[in-house]
Write a protein that binds this ligand. Structure first.
Ligand SMILES: [Zn+2]
Length: 142
């Protein structure tokens, strides 16, 4: 518990599953990662530090908007959160597929336009000229 310890720093201080990173605590196990200080803390200190109104306000103003999760997380919580990440890959894949469909559709439109021009025997690419009457087909004389 914080305040109980007054010895030298333990070798595993601030390490995962080791001793709490708080110098006056250094309780085991340190299972809570602090995304602000990049160290592991015991459950009691994670609550103490995480719920401290100044820290909490700071995290909610600066940390949370950037990362979208709590200041302290267990490894399991981080894994659970990261397990949801493949959705981003899925979204990227959907975007990729959408782009492929759009390009295929554009190609299809281009090809069908070419076919229309072939049918109409128009050699120049069609332009947007709404006021001109449609070009008359040449009559072949015999
Ligand atoms: Zn602690």
């Amino acid at each position: 518990m914080y305040g109980d310890y007054d010895g030298p720093n333990k070798a595993d201080k601030g390490k995962r599953g080791g001793s709490c990173n708080r110098t006056r605590c250094q309780d085991s196990p340190a299972n809570y990662w602090n995304h602000g200080s990049y160290s592991w803390y015991c459950a009691g200190c994670a609550i103490d530090i995480g719920q401290d109104h100044v820290n909490l306000r700071g995290w909610m103003n600066e940390g949370y908007p950037k990362v979208g999760h709590a200041m302290f997380e267990t490894l399991e919580q981080m894994r659970e959160r990261e397990a949801k990440m493949p959705q981003l890959t899925t979204l990227a894949e959907i975007a990729e597929q959408t782009r492929a469909i759009r390009m295929a559709r554009r190609e299809q439109i281009k090809n069908s336009a070419t076919r229309i021009e072939e049918v109409l025997e128009v050699k120049e690419p069609r332009r947007f000229e709404p006021k001109k009457p449609p070009r008359k087909r040449k009559m072949i004389r015999h």
